[in-house]
Ligand binder design. Structure first.
Ligand code: ZN
Length: 261
């Protein structure tokens, strides 16, 4: 593809990422509260000031307003800007990594990252994974079977085994510990991401999820107050899935190289 066209694709991906990131902020805030996504218009959650178009420009408005509401000057969570920036970076990376192999998979990777960002923040705050995100990921998983040039179709189907392992852990914990070791939402998430990634990248994603969970949760063990608190696991899964989706093939090939296979 011509150089000019690729530059246009990158600019489009970056701008689209910023705008979709802005929309994801609305989704993350409103969906778990069962609020409509379109009404009311975006407003300050503290003083109800309705944002004008120039208060709503991704990243820029946040910087210009110094992270504060124009009217009441209360602080706005930096999460809004972070989600916008992160989404734009994910869209650029998806184009960079996959566009030349499969345009469909590049788009799929960008869209999947958006769903994962929503799951990450909603589970972190509300300890739930909404089923509608699981269904979207399931559809993406089916599309990935046909367009993931690095993983053959049956490796995607074997990836469903990841969900089976999670299901066994789920019922095992109930039988032996008489309580849920992990949420059933995590089980469903393992099924759909296993299908999406294929079993090799799914294993990698679980390794990353477990390691990052250890790093975050071990220090909390030493704090009495934090110890009792339940901690959601899906943010770690989504982190693992994101890394595995983007650079999993490189990591796996590098590892196979070390083993001399
Ligand atoms: Zn305000």
């Amino acid at each position: 593809m011509g150089k000019e066209i690729m530059i246009a694709v990158y600019i489009l991906a970056g701008v689209l990422g910023l705008c979709i990131g802005s929309f994801l902020n609305v989704v993350i805030y409103r969906l778990p509260l069962n609020m409509s996504l379109s009404k009311p218009a975006s407003h300050c959650t503290k003083c109800d000031y309705v944002l004008k178009w120039y208060d709503n420009i991704p990243v820029l408005s946040y910087i210009i307003l110094g992270g504060k509401c124009r009217k009441c000057k209360k602080k706005i969570s930096p999460r809004y800007m972070l989600v916008e920036l992160f989404t734009a970076i994910m869209y650029l990376l998806s184009v960079y990594l996959f566009w030349d192999k499969s345009i469909v998979y590049a788009v799929l990777s960008a869209l999947t990252s958006s769903v994962l960002v929503c799951i990450f923040f909603i589970d972190l705050e509300h300890m739930i994974i909404l089923d509608r995100f699981q269904i979207i990921l399931l559809v993406f998983g089916v599309v990935a079977i046909f367009f993931d040039s690095a993983t053959v179709w049956y490796d995607h189907l074997i990836g469903l085994g990841g969900g089976v392992v999670f299901l066994l852990i789920y019922y095992g914990a109930i039988l032996m510990l008489k309580k849920e070791g992990l949420g059933f939402g995590d089980v469903k998430l393992a099924f759909v991401t296993g299908l999406f990634l294929g079993w090799q990248k799914f294993l990698l994603s679980m390794l990353i999820a477990s390691l990052s969970a250890l790093i975050v949760l071990i220090p909390r063990r030493f704090s009495k107050k934090e110890k009792q608190k339940e901690f959601p696991f899906a943010p770690f899964i989504t982190l693992g899935v994101l890394v595995a989706m983007l650079v999993g093939n490189y990591i796996i090939n590098w590892y196979i190289g070390i083993l001399g296979l």
